[in-house]
Design a protein around this ligand. Structure first.
Ligand SMILES: *Cc1c(COP(=O)(O)O)cnc(C)c1O
Length: 224
């Protein structure tokens, strides 16, 4: 078994069947993704449109591609025909763009709302209040070509497990509130995408349904 396949198997064994693994392959070459693919893995996450398009064209067509990075509205059109899940709907503008491009492609695109839970000055993501405003807006009912599948969040980059745990707990609470108030009869509003290489164990203890793991599978990323 290849090293990459071994790492995926290790993580899958550890997280069990209730949690989905998104293998984050950003910056890694198609050959690395193929190694994972050959071991049976099908869900991969990328954070740049151009790279995502290239890999989608190059690699087997039954791969389920997830967009996990900030989307520029003018680039949504390049991925709208094939993207399986957008984790990073972080503004009303992005939501509009995804809905419009989904419509043009005759598709319904599954999306997660990215919510700010970190203490850091992160650029992207809704505050909980902003998200409520979107859900309460008249425009919301016009988004006929997106399917709201849940929330995504990233914890602060810190050594404090306690802080990370509190932030994940906050996201889970937000999810539960939204589920109760807006999505109680929508079964597919069910995903909480949280947890990366360094914190996925905590995330799962706090209710994650989907983890996004890169360096623990493919090794450290080198940015040139
Ligand atoms: C890069 C990235 C990950 C994976 O990070 P690792 O620490 O390598 O596991 C997860 N989520 C998002 C949004 C990312 O950009």
């Amino acid at each position: 078994m290849s090293e990459i396949a071994g790492k995926i198997e290790f993580i899958k064994k550890k997280i069990g069947n209730g949690v989905k693994l998104v293998a984050v392959s950003k910056t890694k070459p198609p050959e690395d993704i193929l190694e994972a693919y050959k071991s049976g893995h099908r869900i991969f996450g990328e954070n740049k449109v151009q790279e995502l398009v290239y890999k989608h064209e190059t690699l087997p067509q039954d791969i389920e591609w997830h967009m996990i990075g900030h989307l520029q509205t003018n680039k949504v059109k390049y991925i709208a025909s094939f993207i399986s899940l957008v984790h990073s709907v972080d503004s009303l503008k992005v939501l509009r763009a995804v809905n419009n491009e989904a419509k043009k492609n005759n598709r319904i695109i599954s999306c997660l709302f990215q919510v700010k839970i970190a203490q850091e000055d992160t650029k992207y993501g809704f505050s909980f209040g902003e998200l409520i405003d979107v859900l309460e807006s008249e425009e919301f009912s016009t988004f006929t070509n997106v399917k709201f599948a849940g929330l995504m969040g990233m914890a602060t980059f810190t050594d404090s497990d306690e802080q990370i745990r509190e932030e994940f707990r906050l996201l889970k609470n937000y999810f539960q509130e939204l589920k109760n108030s807006y999505f109680s009869n929508i079964d597919y509003f069910s995903e909480i995408s949280m947890g990366m290489s360094d914190d996925y164990e905590i995330a799962i203890e706090e209710g994650s349904t989907m983890i996004r793991v890169g360096s623990n599978i493919f090794g450290e990323r080198i940015y040139l």
